[in-house]
Write a protein that binds this ligand. Sequence first.
Ligand code: ZN
Length: 331
Amino acid sequence: MSVGDRRAFPPWLEGRLGELVRMVGSGQAPPGLLVTGPKGVGKGLLVRSFLQRMACTEVTDAMFGCGRCNGCRSFLGATHPEILQVTPEAPGKEILVDSIRAVIEFLALSHSGPARLVFIEPAEAMNVNAANALLKTLEEPPGGAMLLLAAAQPARLPATIRSRCRLLRVPVPDQRSVKHWLKPATADTGLAVEEALAACLERPLEAQALLDDDDARAAWQADRSALEALLRSTSPFPVIERFLECDLGSLLPRLQRLLLSVQHYLVQGDLDVFGRLFDPDTLRRFAADRGMRETALVFQDTLQWQRELQAPLNPNLRCEDIVLRFWRRAG
Ligand SMILES: [Zn+2]
């Protein structure tokens, strides 16, 4: 969904958006605000909706920007002169100190308009130098500016950053309201709402993208067939090729989840909702071959591989390394 699309706005975010708008309206905005909540729950959407509401010059609605005025349009085109959004150069990469220097320069520019707004997402992607560079600005941003940080894993932020921010927690929505919000796709995707949620590890915004968006669906199909190839193949090399077609940032959490499904099968004798998205014979054979102990060990490995994604490494080498380590476990 696009920012400012009121009808599609997740209902579990409405209360928080109202809080943010009221905070600014009553002059209570803190210099630093840390928005936390699980991945895929809508932290970015919440903050961007708030930023658009602040950019809107028509203000026909208490909570949402109109989407048509110059303010909304320049925000949506990322050219708004008072609003700066900072993200890593590519998903999974660090936010470097240069990006934070750009924030400091942006806030130092003289201006006569409303207070400036800066949004850093995901904040835990800032490396140590970047976080250190931000500290002083976070304490006393010039011109009454407000810095908004979103983090799914706030514990990975330095305590010095956390302690300078007011906290805004996005609640974990209950399953019923998520399912009600997720509309079945208009095109025939072969995916039910429950299946889309399972495929996206219960992250509602990603599930909505899977139901709505061809690219998200293609990425899921690529992940699924790479994982089936990994579990089934008799040689690691074709699997490495499949891994290279995938984004490891989504593939590895799905591998981790799939190994849980295998464990569930070994204990309960049936496949859970995630496991049922895969070829049942492949999973059953893998479960029979590997057993509980080995599956648990590979599960531990997937946690380690996800941590290692932070470190820079050539993608070919990384995929080869992961697949070969998976194979060595089997040996
Ligand atoms: Zn507007």
